[in-house]
Design a protein around this ligand. Structure first.
Ligand code: NAD
Length: 306
């Protein structure tokens, strides 16, 4: 039996990962989450051991980490704009929290750590496709906190033999993401509220959208492998905002209004990632088409209307 701890497991990605891992006979899942952004009601508590706890608490982390074979570290202050408004909070939560976690992994000899990182916020405004050889230039305290995470993972690997890798997620979308402000969740909430979608620019800007079901399979594969370092995870393809909106029209069957406003200074125009390293490292092969992923996501959002 493999014992896996998920930090931040009551959040959007964590709740999908917890059900994916708990569905396997050979895996026992523990989640630690302070429920600042997530909520345990999204977990199947018959199958997942839940600890209401905080990365700031050594006691909470000790309880959660004892006896674990691996940790998937998702807990973080995930809101980029909040990190600009309150960088101290972001630093305390993300940087010190990650440091506390790694220190206890070292002490308790937890051998494998897979940590959630980000491509766009670490690399800044660079020509796509983004890849792991690019030099980082974080554009927000949130991005800087993820770069610190990657630095500490590398240091703990070299200095203490901890085996770890950082997975740089692109734009992840899927069901059970109502609390998120990312573009798919935001647009579906506007559609539900019968409000127009607002696009800054002409809608030709590109992003890389990865379905959460493909992501959790990749995380499991990374846990089971022994890869180290940073890995981009995305669809590997650019999608324009206008293409996304067209696909949303198809899956919702609704002809909602779209308002185009001036492009916002400071916003990245195009970003999508190369996924060759993850493909070679642990067989990453996303298989959900944008339309299928959006259909499943919309079905869930639409069901929240009641
Ligand atoms: P989320 O906000 O839904 O989940 C984060 C969870 O961490 C929440 O449940 C929150 O309550 C918990 N948490 C925060 N601080 C904590 C602390 N100090 N102690 C314990 N729990 C704490 O976010 P998500 O979308 O599920 O993201 C998961 C991870 O993936 C994050 O590290 C995020 O930075 C990273 N990521 C996400 C995306 C995306 O598109 N969703 C993209 C790039 C990176």
């Amino acid at each position: 039996m493999k014992k896996i701890l998920i930090t931040g497991g009551a959040g959007f990605i964590g709740r999908h990962l917890a059900s994916h891992l708990a569905s396997r006979e050979d895996t026992s899942v523990t989640v630690i989450d302070n429920e600042s952004l997530g909520d345990r009601k999204h977990l199947d508590l018959d199958k997942v051991r839940f600890i209401h706890g905080d990365l700031a608490s050594r006691d909470d982390l000790h309880t959660a980490l004892e006896g674990q074979d691996a940790v998937v570290h998702l807990a973080a202050d995930t809101r980029v704009m909040d990190s600009i408004e309150n960088p101290q909070y972001n630093f305390d939560n993300n940087v010190i929290g990650t440091f506390n976690l790694l220190e206890l992994c070292r002490e308790l000899r937890v051998s494998r750590v897979i940590a959630a990182s980000t491509g766009g916020a670490i690399l800044g405004d660079v020509d796509p496709p983004v890849h792991e050889q690019m030099a980082p230039h974080p554009t927000s305290p949130y991005g800087a906190s993820k770069l610190m995470l990657e630095g500490y993972l590398s240091a703990y690997s070299s200095s203490f033999g901890l085996s770890g890798c950082a997975l740089r997620f692109s734009n992840i979308y899927g069901p059970r993401s109502f609390h998120k402000g990312s573009v798919v969740a935001h647009f579906f909430k506007r559609i539900l509220a019968r409000e127009p979608l607002v696009v800054y620019g002409d809608g030709s800007q590109t992003r890389d959208y990865l379905y959460v079901g493909d992501l959790v399979e990749a995380i499991r594969a990374a846990v089971d492998s022994d890869v180290q370092g940073a890995y981009q995870l995305g669809s590997g393809k650019p999608t324009t905002l206008n293409q996304l909106i067209d696909a949303m029209r198809t899956v919702t069957g609704l002809d909602f209004e779209v308002v185009y406003e001036d492009f916002r200074a400071g916003e990245v125009k195009d970003t999508w990632c190369q996924i060759d390293k993850a493909r070679a490292g642990f067989g990453f092969e996303p298989s959900t088409t944008l339309e299928d992923g959006l259909r499943a996501t919309w079905a869930w959002f639409d069901a929240q209307r009641a």
